[in-house]
Design a protein around this ligand. Structure first.
Ligand SMILES: [Zn+2]
Length: 400
């Protein structure tokens, strides 16, 4: 009897470890992501500035990774030593495009979260889906020269290697693997659902509490999804968004949370799988239908910040209090855009001055909230770097 019990226990253990092994097999590897981000963000790549030798080396590396996965690889040169890297897997004419820019900020700027991590996620999602027998092909594009104005993705959408009308969707990544605003809570932003009912359905089905689904207009045409929107290709944009080291020398490979990045890459691979198997292909909506839960999402973000940042400067306290009130009575896109701009200003001190001076302050002036405008300018003054900037802000504060 006890022997049998013992045997059963061992069998249970065996089954459990087999299941665990299977689960691990069908998940993106944190180690692989780390190896790729570390290579791309290495000082030897010199920040992968578009057209630089470091950028060219990164393109070769990405091409190598895609070839290893069995992709048909093409380099799309577009002048100035710049090139997009494209890898296609599968022969079905319909395809899902997975894209992320690989260029960076140049020497001294490792550009790990922005956007070595997005490139690594693209490659690993391809590896993850390779054996899934999808009814569509997969096309990974690593875009060059995003930082100077989305030049690689704009060139690509004007000169697509595969007809854009055959694209089921474009799945775009930018700025991944760090916590938004350096909060302890993990948040993944999903933008672009407003242009497709079908993609909205997929995202809703997979919805998670830490997934923030908002309209793309809240950040504006700031990443490689924008040229696809212009061509009316349905898209989803995933980002963990900005942090204190964004576009700075501290955006290093060792500061990425690879466990979280791998979990989210696995999760996004499921979404891509769902999109591939949609009965009717996503259609691009001429009129955006913004996410129903967007207001609640922004309110939740305000609460998170207020709870965690006890040292929040007075200007932000005032602006967040105002935002909460406005969100209850004003359903305009402008309020949501300004609210998002306040978050982004708080997230990255090196951009605070610019955002508060040119967007937030003027908005409050227009709304006849001189008190909030002055608070915004005073906060901006803390971060203003040039004497001209400081003088301009001091004048704005004094103005009547
Ligand atoms: Zn970027």
């Amino acid at each position: 009897m006890s022997d049998l019990l013992h045997y059963c226990r061992r069998l249970q253990l065996l089954v459990a470890s087999l299941l665990l092994a299977l689960l691990t097999l069908s998940a993106v590897s944190a180690d692989r992501l780390k190896a790729q981000v570390t290579w791309l963000a290495d000082p030897a790549r010199e920040g992968r500035y578009a057209g630089s030798p470091g950028g060219a080396a990164a393109a070769q590396y990405i091409a190598g990774q895609l070839k290893e996965l069995g992709c048909d690889v093409q380099m799309q040169e577009f002048g100035g030593g710049r090139r997009n890297v494209a890898g296609r897997l599968g022969s079905a004419p319909r395809y899902i495009l997975i894209g992320a820019h690989y260029d960076g900020q140049g020497p001294g700027m490792p550009s790990a979260s922005d956007n070595a991590a997005g490139v690594a996620v693209s490659i690993e999602i391809l590896r993850e889906l390779k054996s899934k027998n999808l009814p569509v092909s997969l096309v990974v594009i690593a875009f060059d020269d995003e930082e100077q104005g989305l030049n690689g993705s704009r060139y690509y959408t004007d000169h697509p290697l595969y007809p854009l009308e055959n694209a089921q969707a474009a799945i775009i990544f930018d700025t991944m693997g760090r916590q938004f605003m350096d909060l302890s809570a993990w948040t993944m932003f999903v933008l672009g659902t407003e242009y497709s009912k079908e993609l909205t359905g997929v995202v809703q089905k997979r919805s998670r509490p830490d997934m923030f689904v908002v309209g793309s207009d809240l950040i504006g045409p700031r990443s490689d999804f924008a040229p696809f929107a212009v061509k009316h290709v349905p898209y989803l944009f995933f980002s963990h968004a900005t942090h204190k080291d964004y576009h700075g020398p501290g955006d290093t490979a060792d500061r990425i949370d690879y466990t979280k990045l791998a979990q989210d890459a696995t999760f996004i691979a499921q979404i891509v799988d769902d999109v591939a198997r949609l009965q009717s292909p996503p259609k691009y909506l001429a009129q955006p239908a913004y996410p129903a839960a967007e207001t609640a999402t922004l309110e939740r973000e305000v609460e998170l910040v207020e709870k965690e940042r006890k040292d929040l400067p007075e200007a932000y306290r005032m602006m967040f209090a105002d935002l909460k009130t406005r969100l209850k009575t004003d359903d305009s896109r402008e309020v949501r855009r300004i609210g998002t701009t306040v978050f982004l200003a708080l997230a990255t001190p090196r951009f605070s001055s610019f955002m508060l001076t040119f967007f937030v302050g003027p908005y409050y002036e227009k709304e006849n909230r001189r008190d909030l405008a002055v608070a915004a300018y005073q906060e901006a003054l803390k971060w203003a770097s040039s004497p001209a900037e400081r003088q301009e802000l001091e004048e704005k504060i004094r103005a009547r």
